[in-house]
Write a protein that binds this ligand. Sequence first.
Ligand SMILES: C[S@@+](CC[C@H](N)C(=O)[O-])C[C@H]1O[C@@H](n2cnc3c(N)ncnc32)[C@H](O)[C@@H]1O
Length: 214
Amino acid sequence: MRALIALALSLSLVLMSAAPVLAQKASPGTLTPPVTALLTAIRSADKGQLAISEEDGRFLRMLVATRGAKTILEIGGASGYSGIWLGLGARETGGKVVSIEYDPQRAKEAAANIRKAGLEDVVRVVHGDAFAEIPKLAGTFDFVFLDAWKPDYQKFFDMVFPRLTPGGVFTAHNVINKKSDMTPFLKTIETHPGLFTTIVSPGLEGISVSYKTR
Ligand SMILES: C[S@@+](CC[C@H](N)C(=O)[O-])C[C@H]1O[C@@H](n2cnc3c(N)ncnc32)[C@H](O)[C@@H]1O
């Protein structure tokens, strides 16, 4: 009997000490303090101000997760800032991100930053020209984030749209502050019969969100 009571006591002690740990366990894709610090450091080091804003990053992370996107393509990854936000969303959906960047130094920094964020199993940084690298990727995309040079947007859309899954989402950055550099692209996404498009502005630069309806 004594042995039984002792066993029950030690079992309840084990359960009690495990409970707070389980309750505190972060869900996948949570923004932890070290990742927040890393994101701040990337933006501080971003002298060319290439990275998207934090508000835009949060919005992308939210879109990836709520859409349940599994295959995510980023065109123009720079040093990995937006790639981390996309990766946090993909961590939650069990998806994967391919982020393409043709500047060798930035691609190296992106890979290092993705590693520091603990997202190397989710985000793959590809160094190369996206016009050459996209055809080498297999399969279709549930979610695309386009943030390369703005006059190339129409060409990238033409290349990627046939590979966007029905119900997939095509997003593009700077559609407000660099609107005049991408007139043909904006006309396409606003009039395309197979897309429903809205333009939002979580930060100041603008993101187009186009949903493939068929
Ligand atoms: C505005 S920055 C991207 C910022 C990044 N999305 C972020 O928020 O951290 C644009 C990047 O696209 C890259 N880029 C432009 N054209 C490209 C292409 N054809 N293939 C791959 N990368 C390209 C540039 O080298 C640059 O680093």
